[in-house]
Write a protein that binds this ligand. Sequence first.
Ligand code: 13P
Length: 256
Amino acid sequence: MTRKPIIVGNWKMNNDLHETRALLSDIHDRLASKSAQVDVGVAPPATFLAVAGEILADDLILLAAQNVHYADSGAFTGEVSPRMLKSLGVDLVIVGHSERRHYFAETDELVNRKVKAALSVGLVAIVCVGETLEEREAGQTLEKVSTQVRGAFDGLSAQQASTIVLAYEPVWAIGTGRTATPEQAQEVHRALRDLLTELYDAPTADAIRIQYGGSVKPHNAESLLSQPDIDGALVGGASLKGDAFEAIVNAALSNA
Ligand code: 13P
């Protein structure tokens, strides 16, 4: 099965309004014409999603949120609901990023509630999993990511699961410049697809796109994206520069 590659820039907590507008326009100019072959998305901070929804209104570049609450509305000071995101033209939402798990104590159970809430309003969830360096060195990588996937997908039908984008982001590769080798990443991606086959069935597992994230840069994107089970990238630092992000999208195009 051929899966359409998906490259998403996770901007994290960077840039002010002025810089955000400039980067959105730059990325739209560079990449909108490639959207037929590659899904390209950006995830600005929540405070800039409204302006991003206006700049990206033609929907050629997909708009992603970095986080979401599980409730539709209510007394949750500082939080943003799925329905609010949807009303801004948001297409995707990143759920369970390792920084949220680490700094904000997000559990697999909370990730699962957020995924279900996102799906209920028609948002595509990008579900992040990944092991720490300690876990990798202890030989616990596959056990860790399997537990995270089982937790995130708990109670989802095959149809719901097939819409999810899974992102394998080894924690030790995020923001460190130390990327997983293509072989290390492929091994985990293959294991994740096998797990999805076990949880659902082969057609569902085949339909789910699995991104790699963790120090993806122009110089290593092509070798990662050429692996059979790597269907895209979730890019941090390199997505803050239009030319570097474009080069990563081009690497996906050459494999599409
Ligand atoms: P870097 O590409 O900066 O390592 O960040 C990866 C990431 O966390 C994307 O979500």
